[in-house]
Design a protein around this ligand. Sequence first.
Ligand SMILES: Cc1cc2nc3c(=O)[nH]c(=O)nc-3n(C[C@H](O)[C@H](O)[C@H](O)COP(=O)(O)OP(=O)(O)OC[C@H]3O[C@@H](n4cnc5c(N)ncnc54)[C@H](O)[C@@H]3O)c2cc1C
Length: 582
Amino acid sequence: MTAVNNAALGDLPERVPVLIAGGGPSGLFLALDLAHRGIRSLVIEPRTTIDPDRPRAKTTNARTMTHLRRLGLADKLRDAAPLPVAYAQDVIFCSALTGHEVTRFRQAFQLVPGRYGPQPECGQQVPQPVMEAVLREAAAESPLITLLTGLSVEDLDINQGGGTPGPGRPRFGSRVAVSDATGRRKAVDCNFVAAADGGSSTVRRRLNIRLAGGSAELSNISVLFRSDTLAAAITLDPAVQYWVLGPEVSGMVGRLDLGSTWWAIIQGVDGSGSPDAGRLVRSLVGADVDVEVIATDPWTARMLLAPGYGHDGVFLIGDAAHLNPPWGGHGFNTCIGDAANLAWKIAAALEGWAGPALPGSYELERRPVAARTIRDAAANGKSLAYHFADPALGRADADGEAARRVAKDALAVKQSEFDSLGLVLGYTYGSSPLVVPDGLPVPAEDPVSYVPSASPGSLLPHAWLDATTSLYDLLGSGFTLLVDRDSLGGAAAGQAYAAVLAAAAIHKIPLSVVDVGPDQDGTPMTTHWQAAAVLVRPDQHVAWRGTDPVGAAAAIGVAAGWPLATPSEDPDRRTRVRAVLP
Ligand SMILES: Cc1cc2nc3c(=O)[nH]c(=O)nc-3n(C[C@H](O)[C@H](O)[C@H](O)COP(=O)(O)OP(=O)(O)OC[C@H]3O[C@@H](n4cnc5c(N)ncnc54)[C@H](O)[C@@H]3O)c2cc1C
């Protein structure tokens, strides 16, 4: 059995390679990505059940969906999602759900029915409890994951319990104290600890790392409710979110499913008292519909970032490392990005092919992504519905039309909240020690516009090879050298591949070499990459590109965290590296 609900201390193993504190989205995804790489982990989670009444994250972006595809879970999630992409894709700003449309943002959050171009998967709206249930079920099915609920991580002692370090064995080790509901404890030894235990992370506190940043001035109230008459009352087109610019009550409303369950967020409340949620929802709707409140959840947006992401084999991931305002729906997606970045690095360490730069690269690569995301989400938090509220927006006369024109222009500022492909796909690890810069121009960072680029550190530009095959489907679970088939052939190709594979073999780095023809429109890969070959990391980011695949022989070690050998360290390797540089 790999999942025990309401586990006892006796269910704990004595030792495990990876202990994951927290079975929320970050922890479960990390466990699944590790299992995908053949690595065993133990997930400790206090919650025995998933609360369906706290939907929290709903936006699963195209990047997260693509990570789920990598693990074979994208279709399962879409099947479980109660709102299909085809239902609605736009965000509509309005005076009320029974009032006037002010403006709309089309195909928000990468919700694009049919085949999507920038990634093999488009976005999906799905309540977080549904996502967590899909991840829990997948974890329970994996022979490499032990998911124990009803237990908590209480404490940890770094540099204890890791076993004897040695060649090919990780240097790190911790002894983790796990407690049950009665407070009794048992120790588990592990090589690595992932702190995926959320915003008030116990592990982070044990490391003496304090989140730094601030909070928004005003609070918000999430409301989950049932209404049988709301759908028929709405006079506007179907939308994935309605933003209501009401003079008295401002906020958002959306369907949770195609039945009668809805969610709302009342924006800009002072957080005191016990407001009448039903009245607030009816005010957003603009009609006296039935509202049966299922749950209310007050919250304040936080902009908090850990100054460090851990050390000595203990890593903070997800909300334990950063808290984003939810505007733009990046919080949970940033968590999955952390887990995907960390999984292959832990696997490398446990399999013995990680260079010394690999563990530290996690923070160097992921912390700037969180900082950028928090900056952008915080900027969006300065333009909420109540900032645009105007009683004239609901009028049917010429004054109403004029007010809506003015508001529409002003609302252009919200584009990056709904149309943030630059943020979702355009982040790069270009200054990481694991990538080999090539000196070519790098696309400027922009939250909206995404310019696909194979610049080292960037996400591999996506392409469809035929009606169903994505370029990403060719990638192995280790590194992949993709070579444009028409740029190199015959004996030259054979020599090049042999050199790259030999360089990877020095540190036993898993590498596959794959020839690729043009995309389904006939565009050669050299046009996508500005190079004849790209070395792609296990997380689908480019580590190196070049005109001669032999150059990858020098890059593969660097990409796995090894320095370029100096003659005194390894004369043979140095000779080989120089011989194969382009
Ligand atoms: C109102 C709201 C709306 C949001 N909307 C969005 C959105 O649209 N899109 C988006 O991307 N994000 C959104 N978010 C953010 C998203 O919910 C979080 O980023 C996400 O849940 C973080 O996942 P996590 O696994 O890192 O942490 P959590 O979900 O907090 O999970 C941490 C887990 O650790 C467990 N735990 C706690 N203490 C311990 C311990 N001592 N030992 C072991 N386990 C422990 C907890 O029980 C929990 O299961 C929203 C958040 C809120 C509040």
